[in-house]
Design a protein around this ligand. Structure first.
Ligand code: 4GY
Length: 239
C-alpha cells in the first residue's frame, strides 16, 4: 500500500537523494502465534476486531532498538494516526519536520486496544472522517513533512509562500495564456512593478482568507499594511 504513493514524485526523489529515509514495518512480524494474529475480538462483545496492544508494543520497541544501534539513546517520537487525535495543522507539520526520527503507528480494522494510547507520545488525525486504516493518513503526514526538508522542494520560496505558512491562504496564481476564453490575467501581474505585484498578492491572500477562512484571519499575524488592505477590501465590498 505504501509503495505506490511513496515511490512517486518528490518523495521518491528525496529518498533517492538521501534527504529522507522511509521504512515500512509489518505488524504481523511481531505476532507470536502461527496464524500471525494482529487483532482479536473486543472484550465485552460487539462488532469488529481490535488491534492487539502487545503486537504494537513489540513493533515499537523493536524499531526503537534498531534506530538506537550506533546512536546513543535517542528520543524518538511515536505518533498514532487516528480520528480521535489532534487535527493536523501546518504548524504541527513544521514542528515534526525538525525531528530526526518519527515512528508512525497505523491502526486498522475497527479499532485499537485502548492501552496503545499509553505507548505513543501523541495522536494525530488528518480530518474528521474515518478511514479503513491509518496508512493513508501516515502517508499524508510523511508527504507534508517531506516538503519542509531542505532540498526536497526545488524552490524553498514556494514552501514559504504556501497556503497556511504565514497563517493565510495563498494568493491566486496565473500562467499563460494571458486571455483564456475572455478570462484575463489581472493587469498588475503583467506590469513588471514588483512592489505593486507584492501589494496585490498580499491583498488577494487577505481577501481569500477573509471570505473563505475567517477563522485563520483571526489568528494571523497582521501588520499595519495588512490592516489597511483589509480596510480597502471591506470598502470595495460595500460599494
Ligand atoms: N482520520 N486521521 C485517521 C483514520 C483509521 C480504526 C484506528 C484519520 O488519522 N487517522 O481514520 N484512521 C482508523 C481505523 C483504527 C485508525
Amino acid at each position: 500500500m505504501f509503495q505506490g504513493p511513496l515511490s512517486e514524485s518528490l518523495i521518491k526523489k528525496a529518498v533517492e537523494k538521501g534527504l529522507l529515509e522511509l521504512q515500512v514495518t509489518d505488524l504481523r512480524d511481531f505476532t507470536s502465534d502461527k496464524h500471525k494474529t494482529a487483532d482479536d475480538s473486543p472484550y465485552g462483545g460487539g462488532p469488529g476486531m481490535v488491534m492487539k496492544v502487545d503486537v504494537i508494543s513489540s513493533a515499537i520497541d523493536s524499531l526503537k532498538k534498531k534506530l538506537e544501534i550506533g546512536n546513543s539513546k535517542l528520543d524518538i517520537r511515536v505518533i498514532l494516526m487516528c480520528p480521535t487525535g489532534k487535527l493536523l495543522t501546518q504548524e504541527k507539520v513544521k514542528e515534526l519536520a525538525k525531528e530526526k526520527h518519527l515512528i508512525l503507528v497505523c491502526g486498522h480494522y475497527e479499532g485499537i486496544d485502548e492501552r496503545v494510547r499509553e505507548l505513543v507520545d501523541e495522536e494525530i488525525s488528518i480530518g474528521d472522517y474515518v478511514l479503513t486504516g491509518g496508512e493513508l493518513p501516515a502517508m499524508v503526514l510523511v508527504d507534508a513533512i517531506a516538503r519542509h526538508i531542505p532540498g526536497v522542494v526545488k524552490e524553498e520560496g514556494s514552501v514559504m509562500s504556501d497556503s497556511f505558512y504565514s497563517g493565510l491562504l495563498d494568493y491566486p496564481s496565473y500562467t499563460k495564456p494571458e486571455d483564456f476564453e475572455g478570462k484575463k490575467v489581472p493587469e498588475v501581474l503583467l506590469s513588471g512593478h514588483h512592489k505593486e505585484i507584492e501589494r496585490w498578492r498580499r491583498k488577494e491572500a487577505l481577501r481569500l482568507t477573509l471570505y473563505r477562512r475567517p477563522d485563520l484571519l483571526a489568528e494571523a499575524d497582521l501588520n499595519d499594511l495588512d490592516r489597511a488592505l483589509l480596510q480597502e477590501i471591506m470598502t470595495e465590498a460595500g460599494d
